[in-house]
Ligand binder design. Structure first.
Ligand code: SAM
Length: 282
């Protein structure tokens, strides 16, 4: 028998996925965690009834959130990931020789354990010698850092539940303080199809911590509306020509989405999205 999991967006849109079996469900201290085996996308991780990743398309999100900032930063030796307990971002980061140390701070230890068990191809690098996994609130962790991180990656759930604080101006200001002066941040920044007011709130909050912001986009079929965005934050202008294609070439053969041309393409934003974002129109 086939079952259906339905993700509801804002009480307005329903996305449905047929699945055979529910492989796991439990309520952690922070959220409901489910793993199901979908017919179309393989195993799927679901938190509080929102799709987090699937075996088939997770590579897009993780390549974009990791390799783009690593190749923009001059020398990203120390990287901190906030959220991202599935391990996909860490898996991509440790591919780079220039990345010497990765700290992952995930609020929910059950997410880490569940992903190690059900998604070994995603979580398999969480035990890598360069990686230190901390279980705790990313907001508290970042508040305790000052001028010591090269690159910070905010790989969070949506701004509801435990992820809410990770989209506030106060948080981006503490990210900015945690970074060295030439440091950089990359954050998942929701679908370009989301309400303009919601997207502008996120980007204006990032602007309270960073002088320059630069969104980029790619298609992730199992995220609401199918088109997703990430945003870089920096204290110096972010010019696409600064991208280090030599560094990128060392990892590119292993990737499934990004190529030199796709790196350039992800910074080409559709007109409707450019018009929506007030940070791009200043
Ligand atoms: N790729 C995903 C997406 O956009 O749907 C995000 C993946 S990852 C599973 C998000 C993680 O952020 C979750 O495991 C969640 O527990 C974690 N998280 C939420 N709030 C957090 C906080 N305040 N500190 C640290 N981690 C947090």
């Amino acid at each position: 028998m086939v079952n259906w999991f339905k993700e509801i967006e804002n009480g307005e849109i329903e996305y449905g996925y047929a699945f055979q079996n529910k492989l796991f469900e439990d309520q952690s201290k922070f959220q409901d965690i489910k793993v199901i085996d979908t017919l179309a996308y393989g195993k799927m991780l679901i938190l509080d009834d929102f799709v987090m990743l699937t075996e088939s398309d997770e590579f897009v999100y993780h390549e974009l959130i990791a390799h783009i900032p690593v190749c923009f930063h001059k020398n990203p030796e120390k990287v901190v990931v906030i959220g991202g307990g599935d391990g996909g971002t860490v898996r991509e980061l440790v591919k780079h020789d220039c990345v010497k140390e990765v700290v992952l701070c995930e609020i929910d230890g059950m997410v880490v354990d569940v992903c190690k068990k059900f998604f070994p191809a995603v979580a398999g690098r969480l035990d890598h010698p360069k990686v230190d996994v901390k279980v705790g609130d990313g907001m508290d962790y970042v508040r305790g850092l000052e001028n010591e991180v090269d690159l910070m990656i905010i790989d969070s759930t949506d701004p509801v539940g435990p992820g809410e604080g990770l989209f506030t101006g106060e948080f981006y200001q503490s990210v900015s303080k945690a970074l060295k002066p030439d440091g950089m941040m990359a954050a998942q920044s929701e679908s370009p199809w989301a309400e303009a007011e919601f997207l502008n709130r996120i980007h204006n909050n990032i602007r309270t911590g960073f002088d320059y912001v630069r969104p980029y986009i790619a298609s992730v079929p199992t995220y609401p509306r199918g088109l997703w965005s990430w945003t870089l934050g920096s204290h110096s202008p972010i010019d696409v020509d600064q991208f280090d294609y030599e560094r990128f070439a060392k990892v590119e053969p292993e990737l499934n989405y990004l190529s030199d041309a796709m790196v350039r393409a992800c910074f080409e934003l559709p007109k409707f999205y450019r018009k929506k974002l007030s940070v791009l129109n200043q």
